[in-house]
Ligand binder design. Structure first.
Ligand code: FEO
Length: 394
């Protein structure tokens, strides 16, 4: 592959990973991803901004070969996670004169994780600058988006913000810039839901830090670039807001049909109540879609049978994931069926300890649902609508 021009003397040296289907051994990538690196050629010096996943080092090194630079002065590392830093050892082997430009926290992580020698680093401070001749890089610390060391780099003269994971999307595409807005919205929201959602509060502060910058291009390190930055900035502002929607997400497991029958009835009641419902079988759902649904929903229902005396393991996984993602969900209820007893309800409540939620009365039944059980589920659905109305959730 050959590098592509982003602006005058600014090049995209990214690798498109069309075939990757899992990230962090957890996150489904239905549309693959990209690892974006950028070459900034100033009149005096050249800097590479981030590298690529080590599985695709050859792509980056090939593009550097084709780039026409004899010398690489700096490698800016915005984030230490290996999908962006992992090719750094090979880049430094190829360009031994290059200094690694990053903050102290990132330096410490790179020394631990990639065994980069200390003398390679040039440690920078928040809002400090690096001159490349006629181009100026400014470093803006954005901690906890999504690691403690994360920062972004602003190319002043071209008004380009290199944001690494921030504003990224797992989308393998040959488009350099985002064109299909509905496609990019979905993949960026999936990315936000699975990686950024637990960090809503730091993201709010970090968006404030950049709101007065003139920005022509947002260049993340996953997915296409944003030539109309307002689109992704507005999407993030909505996702990180306190606003929730009149929606219920149901994550369920059913072994012999009893819990499924309960879910089916509750879904019908909720629809009759004018509530949008998103239902996920936790044994086979795309957990990325489950996470995306949690970005906006006011209410979550977890439904599980009792297995081996407790919660079904797949429902435990779902609850653990929700707890880790920390959505802005306001209300939760737990429903399910048991055969001879168990601690399913209490276990699920304990697993959601990170969330600031109002637990609505559970509906836990014995065996297959009967008339009074359906009535309890109907009451739950009506109560959810009442709670949404009381909180002006539309
Ligand atoms: Fe794309 Fe946090 O790495």
């Amino acid at each position: 592959m050959t590098g592509r021009k982003v602006a005058k003397n600014v090049f995209f040296l990214g690798a498109i990973d069309w075939d990757r289907r899992l990230f962090d051994e957890l996150i489904p990538l239905p549309d693959g991803t990209t690892y974006n690196a950028f070459l900034v050629k100033g009149s005096g010096r050249a800097a590479l901004v981030d590298t690529v996943d080590p599985s695709m080092s050859h792509v980056l090194l090939g593009m550097l070969d084709d780039s026409g630079i004899d010398q690489l002065d700096y490698v800016v590392i915005n984030h230490a996670e290996q999908d962006h830093s992992g090719s750094l050892p090979l880049v430094l082997e190829k360009y031994p004169e290059a200094r690694v430009v990053t903050n102290q926290k990132c330096k410490n992580l790179l020394m631990e994780m990639l065994l980069i020698p200390e003398e390679k680093f040039l440690v920078i401070e928040d809002r400090s600058t690096l001159l490349l001749g006629n181009k100026t890089l400014e470093f803006i610390f954005c901690p906890w988006v999504h690691w403690p060391e994360t920062m972004i780099t602003y190319l002043r003269e071209d008004k380009i913000l290199f944001t690494c994971d921030f504003f990224g999307s797992h989308l393998a595409t040959s488009d350099l810039f985002a064109t299909d807005k509905s496609l990019i919205y979905e993949s960026a929201k999936r990315y936000y839901a699975e990686i950024m959602m637990p960090f809503k509060v730091p993201i709010r502060k970090n968006i404030e830090k950049i709101q007065d910058l003139p920005i022509d291009i947002i260049a993340p390190s996953h997915g296409p670039l944003h030539g109309q930055p307002g689109f992704i900035l507005d999407a993030y502002r909505e996702w990180i807001s306190d606003r929730v929607k009149n929606e219920v997400v149901i994550g369920y497991v059913s072994m012999h049909g009893s819990t499924h029958k309960m879910v089916e009835h509750l879904v019908d009641v909720l629809i009759q109540q004018g509530i949008r419902v998103k239902q996920f079988d936790l044994t086979r759902a795309d957990i990325g879609k489950f996470a995306m649904a949690l970005v906006d929903a006011a209410t979550l229902i977890l439904a599980s049978p009792t297995t081996l005396g407790g919660t079904h393991p797949q429902a435990v996984f779902g609850a653990y994931l929700v707890n880790a993602l920390r959505p802005k969900t306001r209300f939760v209820s737990i429903i399910g069926s048991y055969g001879w007893g168990g601690k399913m309800h209490d276990q699920l409540v304990d697993l959601l300890s990170n969330l600031k939620i109002d637990f609505l009365d559970p509906v836990i039944i014995k065996g297959y649902p009967k008339k009074q059980d359906f009535e309890s589920l109907t009451k739950l659905g009506v109560l959810i609508r009442k709670k949404h109305d009381e909180n002006a959730i539309s």
